[in-house]
Design a protein around this ligand. Sequence first.
Ligand SMILES: [Zn+2]
Length: 233
Amino acid sequence: MNLRDTLSANLTLPRAPLAGVGWAELADGRVLAPIGWADAEADADWARSMLAGYGIGRGDHCLFATTGSEYWPLQLGTAVTRLGAFIGNIGAAAHEDRRLSVYLRFLPPKAVFGLTEALAATVAGSAELAALVAKVPHVLALPAAVPVLAGAGITARAISPVGPALALPCADGDGSHVDGSQFSVAQLPGTRSVTVSTTATREFRLAGAEVSTRGTVLPGCACGRPGPALNLL
Ligand SMILES: [Zn+2]
């Protein structure tokens, strides 16, 4: 039996009941959010459709800056690999600038996902690093990092988990989209507080729960895609 046989044999084993467990950051705290297999498949399919306009294809490097305990990078990573691209990983902390610099110089990414405010501040503090980040075709950063990067002359778009959902910007519109086949979002009147509901088919269900991410629900997005879009800034 060789490696290929072993992998094939593994595929015939009974699947675990869940694809994984993520976190959902709600307004009143963080809760575990189980991910079913059908959830994971729907999430990856949607992310792949959202990335269509980014020109990510075979052999492209996509760099993720994450804490390692979140679900959205897995969702997006699956989509990226299905497009034929590959992923690199760095942490989300301010001191990850050295690893970020190595990737940018020796394996330039087509896209960077998830730059945090702390890491963005380090980037903004280094003219050399800021110039390298500015060359990346697509910079997607957490909302608090976007203005920090803008101050360093770097155009970034906002990406963020929204409770159990992901708000992912399209390549050419104004908004950060949420998958309307799995989630609905609403804005509490007169505030930037956002609530999320899940469809009845999700393993983890919410009904109008306020999430920690704040934003404005947009009437639509210039790209014309269905489903809710948010302005997270
Ligand atoms: Zn759009």
